[in-house]
Design a protein around this ligand. Sequence first.
Ligand code: IMP
Ligand code: MG
Length: 334
Amino acid sequence: MPCTVITGAFWGDEGKGKIISYLALKDKPDICVRTGSVNAAHTVWYKGKRYALHMVPSTFIYEKCRLLIGAGANVHVQKFLEEVELTNVKDRIGVDRQASIIEEKHSIQDKTSAHLRGLGTTGWGVGPAIEERVRRTAKLAKDIPELQPYLTDVAGEVNEALENGKKIVLEGTQGFMLSLFHGTYPYVTGRDTSASAICSEAGVGPTKVDDVLIVFKAFITRVGAGPLPGEISKEEAIKRGWFEKAAGTGRDRRSAPFNFELAKKAVKVNGATQAAVTKLDILYPKCKGVRNYDELPEDAKKFINEIEKQTGIPVVLIGTGPDASDIIDRREHV
Ligand code: IMP
Ligand code: MG
């Protein structure tokens, strides 16, 4: 804070939703801007309830936070309206007038394109929707009657809030290795997912950002096709407790051990200043529910130290369970 970008380090599903929901409760940000599109599901566990949000920012659990969707985002109108209802945020959510719209036809194009099927896309239609935006034929939020009550100038709101010393979270989606520019092309998503792109989608200049918090999971997963260094079999993943299904599409996630080389690259290109590591309790079950760093077992501490040593940035948040509050917070200023 005051302006923190949250970005994923690998192939998405690092647990950004969990980290952001913790920050919502702890730091009480005034505004959170979500970027990206409906293909990402951010999981938030709060008061025993699980939310897998495709559109609404993950800070919704702090009821004073203004929730925004940036000009660079693609809005799925039906999903947006459904989630606004579900999370009861009608009075505090806004959509940039210039956010573009992802339509049913884009999903059909995605699902019927042999090329996109081969890449293992989520089928939501993000690639085709962005193609249409690039052709400058896309519908924008301002063209949609149901979105009229929510329209705003996100860049205007955020920059004014920054001038007034307010706290802002910029919520990235997917992970660095799925970046259209920096990831495992062509096995990537339809947009750049790096910290700079998150700022650009929200309308915040690079000099306005205080921290880039990069989120690592204690092991790596990916859905869809494309390279995954060190990949283990599904049987082995089940044995280790690493096997997951995608929050959005229900597909099996492939898995691999933590990769320090990729972590170093992600930290460098995102300009990350801080890191979070989620699911440490899956790698080291004795960590489950621990909220104090000193209580971690030695092998878990060694792993965290190694990440800090190799990437050169501090691991400030450590996830030890699914709830927003299952976390070790090592930040000095709180
Ligand atoms: P698309 O973003 O739907 O075009 O899919 C392109 C690639 O990105 C596929 O490998 C998807 O599985 C992956 N992908 C897209 N969104 C997410 C996400 O939120 N989490 C993990 N993988 C994703
Ligand atoms: Mg996800």
